[in-house]
Structures are given as C-alpha cells and as structure tokens.
Design a binder for this molecule. Structure first.
Ligand code: P61
Length: 459
C-alpha cells in the first residue's frame, strides 16, 4: 500500500460541525476575513495547527486517572523525567506548560543584549523570545530550504558555510548557543539529516558553542532519517532519536506536537549550573520543578505520548497521510511546497493566485476561499503574518514566501477527511481566476495576523 491505513480504531467520536455556504459567507464577513476570528464550532475540518490538537490514546486517557496531584514530588513527574531521559538522554529535565515557556526560560538565562543565535529557521515564538532578550536571531538554512519547488531530502539542513560566516563575523563570545529546529516548521516541516547534525556539532565544537534542539517534531524527523538517509533503514526510531540528542547539549520541546498531548512542554540540559539558574526562574514564573505549570495527570499523558510517538506504524501512517493529501493536490497541478513535509501541506499562494499582488494578500484570500468552499480552516503564512511597514520609509515590506499551511492534527482525521479537503481545494483551484484580493481595515501594531480585520477589494 502506498498509503498505510490508520493504525488505530476509533473508540470515542466527536461530531464534525457542518454549515451551509450562506452561513459560512456570513461567518467570514463577521470575522473580518480572518480565520482566527471564526469560532471552532463553525469549522468542519480544522487545519489551523497540529499543535495541541492531537487525539490522545486510550492508554493516555487511562494515565490521566492515575494523576498524582501532590504539589511536590508527584509520581507522574518521575515517570515523565525517566521517559524524557531515556529518549533524549539529557541529565536535567525541566517541565513547562508549553514550548514558548521553555524558550523563554532558556533565552532569559543564556542570551544577553547584542548576542546572536543561529538556527536553521527560527519559529516565530523562538525568534520573538530571543528578541525579547535583545538578542538577534539568524536563519542559516541551506538555500534549497528557501525554494518551494526545489526537491531535496533534507531541506531543513543547516548551511555550514552560512553558520561559520556568522560565527567568524560576530565572534564566539557573542554566540551563547546555536539551535536546530527538527523538523524545520517555518521551512515547511522539512527534516534535518544526522550527517548535517553531526557536521553542525563538529563545527560548533571548534568554537566551543553549545547546540540545542528545538525538538517539537523530533519523531517525525527521525522517521525521515530512517526513510531517506543511507545507513538508517534498519534502525529503530528510538535509537535514531538517541543518536540525534547525543550530539546536543540540550533541547526545548513543545509536547503539544510529538508529545501527542493537548498541553505541555519541557527543557533539557546537561549543564548543572544552567539547570539551576533556569530552575530558579521556573519557580518564579511557572511552578515548582516537579510540575512546571502542569498537572500531574498532564505529565503522565506526556510520558505515555512520548513512547507512542516512537511507534513506526504510527509514524508511517502519519507521514503517509500528510503525503497523501499533498499528492492528491500535486497530481492535479495545484502548486504546493515540495517535498511534502512531516506535519503539513503548504499551498504556494503566489502561483495559485498569480493575478493577486502581494499587497492584496493572496494567501489570506485563499484561506478565506477554502473556508467558504468546504468549512476548512488553514493558516496564512505570508504577507499578513510577516509583512510590516518599514518604520523609516513607511513602505510595505513583504516576506519571500506567500503560503497557506494545512497542518494536519495527529490521529484526528481519516483518509476520507483528506479526500474531502483535496476536493474542496480543487474546486477553489478551478475557479481561481474569479478570486479577489483583500485589504486591511484594522491591524494591531504587532502580530497583526491574529486580530486583523479585512475586506475583499472591489472587482
Ligand atoms: C504551530 F500561529 N508551533 O506550528 P508552543 N517551536 C516550534 C513550533 O512549531 C512551536 C513552538 C516552538 C505552532 C503553534 C503556534 O503564532 C503561532 O507549545 C518549531 O506553541 O508554545 C509552535 O510551542 C512553540 C502557532 C505558535 C502560531 C505560535 O502551529
């Protein structure tokens, strides 16, 4: 089978909301043509994010019932710590309620004004937390990782030339750490190879710079290594994960992705002094070190989710389901980012709607059409999210990529749902010449995509 079947059966079901086109038209108008303003009960297939939207297993739900809610030393914390140590191998494990808190704790402790932090591509919360500490986030992904159509098995790889140039230019003393995001979300959920991780490590060792992983989707990255990297076909996912993390000094993790839970995260390091400083801050802002902003039951669900995510049948289906949707679209000529990544299919809105200039927000217009057509909620990653006005010239500055991300929640939707999504996208694709751009009516000074209100421009 090209596309494996779901490796689970369904025990609990949640009805999917259905709406009429007229209803959706009214909802869109009321939401100011911004899907973040649409109530989830008006969404039929929700592909806004794969974060915190996973379905938990019967085993995880059973784990919730043995949550030990003691303030200090809950048994679930020890199970969580043991599991994280076993997979990730780091000495110190610090729980947090989600990924960005782990980032905030790490950067507030390690980054000072004027420091540079390289990464393949920083995710928006990572970049924002570095900048919040007055550091400078630098992206060093290989060039192929910036081109939607270029095929490459490891498009998330670090460009070692770019990385070394950053180190030489700014000096080791201004680079407190280097990150690697696996898989590389902002570049399309693309994996990083073990060969590249090893080479990155060797380069950083020459300068004495620590390497941390942004490990949100580590299991998906491991699966791509097994499938694509010579020498790994016979290795199990756990041993690949251990090899990856043995090359790092620590990691941040949003368990809302490959932890298969609805809330949770953690931070790891091998450095005892660093762990102590972070723990002191944790107690101030997040909670005691054996719960870190989570309930005991949440820690149990993460411990169990981290084991389940390593299952190869699960990963084969997971990656296969995302590829299935991508291939249905690609076969009909719909422009998508290639190769299809681990957690999402990205539509290239520039090619999809070539008649709409970027200042009329083609990707945002496309997310509105997908909602109108099939009640599908995707997210714009383009001019609305990343465009801004230059403070000096007042001119509009737009990003390179103009994308719509269809992020697939884990274990939530079936193959038939993916077919429904593909059919709706194809209907929109066939009538693409009639689609109009949008203009902004209201925007916030930062992160405007969350609250902006727009309207269609006159035909
Ligand atoms: C997402 F629109 N991702 O992709 P937290 N690192 C990486 C992530 O992908 C990530 C975090 C750190 C989300 C959720 C999201 O403006 C947005 O647990 C590679 O969400 O704090 C999260 O982990 C942060 C979507 C976050 C957004 C911020 O959909």
């Amino acid at each position: 089978m090209d596309y494996p079947m779901e490796p689970y059966k369904i025990k609990v079901v949640e009805p999917i909301p259905r709406t009429t086109r007229e209803e959706r038209r009214a909802v869109l108008e009321k939401a100011g043509y911004n899907l973040f303003n649409v109530p989830a009960e008006k969404v039929t297939i929700d592909l806004l994010t794969d974060s915190g939207t996973s379905a938990m297993s019967d085993n995880q739900w059973a784990g919730l019932m043995i949550g030990d809610e003691s303030y200090a030393g809950s048994r679930n914390y020890f199970r969580f710590e043991e599991t994280v140590r076993d997979i990730f191998g780091f000495r110190h494990v610090i729980p947090a309620h989600q990924g960005r808190v782990a980032e905030n704790l790490l950067f507030s402790t390690m980054v000072k004004q004027g420091d540079y932090v390289p990464n393949n591509i920083h995710f928006d919360t990572t970049r924002a937390n570095i900048e919040h500490n007055r550091g400078i986030a630098v992206d060093c992904v290989i060039d192929a990782g910036l081109h939607p159509r270029e095929e490459h098995p490891f498009k998330g790889n670090m460009d070692l030339g770019k990385l070394e140039a950053v180190i030489r230019r700014f000096g080791r003393d201004r680079i407190p750490l280097c990150l690697l995001t696996i898989t590389n979300n902002s570049g399309g959920g693309q994996p990083v190879s073990l060969e590249n991780i090893r080479a990155t490590r060797a380069l950083l060792d020459r300068y004495g710079i620590p390497l941390f992983f942004d490990a949100c989707r580590f299991a998906e990255n491991c699966y791509f290594i097994k499938m694509r990297e010579p020498g790994y076909a016979d290795r199990d996912i756990l041993s690949i994960a251990r090899e990856i993390f043995s090359l790092g000094d620590g990691c941040t993790m949003s368990a809302k992705k490959d932890g298969l839970v609805n809330i949770g995260g953690f931070l790891c390091t091998n450095d005892a002094a660093l762990a102590e400083r972070i723990t002191n801050l944790l107690i101030l802002v997040e909670g005691f070190p054996t719960y870190g902003g989570l309930a005991g039951r949440d820690l149990e669900a993460i411990a169990r989710g981290l084991r389940e995510v390593l299952d190869e049948d699960y990963l084969e289906f997971r990656i296969g389901q995302v590829r299935f949707l991508g291939n249905l679209l690609d076969a009909e000529g719909v422009p998508i980012l290639k190769p299809v990544g681990g957690h999402a299919v990205y539509l290239d809105a520039r090619s999809f709607l070539p008649g709409i200039p970027q200042h009329r927000f083609p990707a945002q217009a496309l997310t509105c059409e997908l909602y109108l057509e099939g009640g599908i909620r995707a997210v714009e990653i383009g001019g609305l999210m990343f465009g801004h006005r230059d403070p000096d010239t007042g001119a509009d500055v737009f990003p390179e990529l103009e994308m719509v991300r269809l992020a697939i929640p884990r274990r939530v939707y079936t193959t038939a749902h993916m077919q429904y999504v593909a059919e709706a996208i194809l209907s929109v694709f066939r009538r693409r010449d009639s689609i109009r751009g949008l203009e902004i009516l209201h925007e916030a000074p930062v992160l405007r995509h969350f609250t902006a209100r727009l309207r269609p421009v006159a035909a």
